[in-house]
Design a protein around this ligand. Sequence first.
Ligand SMILES: Cc1cc2nc3c(=O)[nH]c(=O)nc-3n(C[C@H](O)[C@H](O)[C@H](O)COP(=O)(O)O)c2cc1C
Length: 319
Amino acid sequence: MQRVRKIVGLAPLAGFTESAFRRLARELGADFTWTELISGDFILSRGINHPQFHIFFEERPLRFQLQGSKTKNLVEAAQKVLYSLKPEGLDLNAGCPARKVIKTGAGAALLTNLPLLFEIAKNLAEIAHSFGSNFSVKFRLGFAEDELEKITETLLKAGVDILALHPRTASQGFSGRARWERIRDLVKMVGGEVLVLGSGDITCLSDLERFFKNTKAHGALIGRAALKRPWIFYEWKQKHEINFSLKERLELLRRLESYLKAYRSSEEVLKTLKLWIPKFLKGLPGKRKILPLVLKASTLSDFWQALHLLASSTDAKYK
Ligand SMILES: Cc1cc2nc3c(=O)[nH]c(=O)nc-3n(C[C@H](O)[C@H](O)[C@H](O)COP(=O)(O)O)c2cc1C
């Protein structure tokens, strides 16, 4: 059998993986990117003319994630998305444990209603295929109990092309550890019929190598680690760890800013950069001194001025 290259992509992260960051992740070596969950009902009521639907050519291949529990609405929303945005892949969220999502029967709540999960997945797979896109479901082991086998059987019958598993139950939230051995079980279960992507607790290059060795998954998704170390994709390509200096991190932030400016107002760009700066400075000494001043900035030029002033005064430490 031909040996297939392992793929490493950016996991969906609500509040973070918008277009600008997806583009940055691709530039740093991510093989594909993923939108955060977007409600099918929201798409039907508000349309897709919002910054959150912006897509750069450079961030593709892109998976577009839908969440919802009404088959008809999801299919209609998918049609809109597939027609206008042309994502390479369509994805259904069956893993989100957030109360506001599960109370509508969506996200991880779908794992408690397998006939409905089947119906939605089957219909979305069909519509995705009719537009030439592939279809995945990103899910957890179960809602309160591990029911991986039953869920997998349901999704395979529905005609999915890709299964993306975060091996914790929804009730677990992010507690405990991701059970990579269940990703290995999933790979065995599907027997090459569909692609398996695994997600959970990959924090650095050596985790990534261990992940592939232990799970034999076709691909990995990097979530929280990509927020603090977006160059993890570059490390994977280079096959060695790299420590980005403060200067290099600020260059990444500058790039993020320029991508954000393509579709967001200056106020929104500033707000978003303030969200990112604590992540980008993670692990650097002197961060505590830098952050409060930078976060106080009321314009983009104040933001950068504060950052550069403080960076130059502590530069020696960061070299
Ligand atoms: C802040 C945050 C937002 C997330 N948003 C989504 C989402 O919109 N859709 C989804 O399928 N998973 C979402 N996840 C789950 C991640 O994609 C990923 O499966 C999980 O964080 C485990 O991977 P990690 O340990 O690499 O972070 C989110 C996780 C976090 C921490």
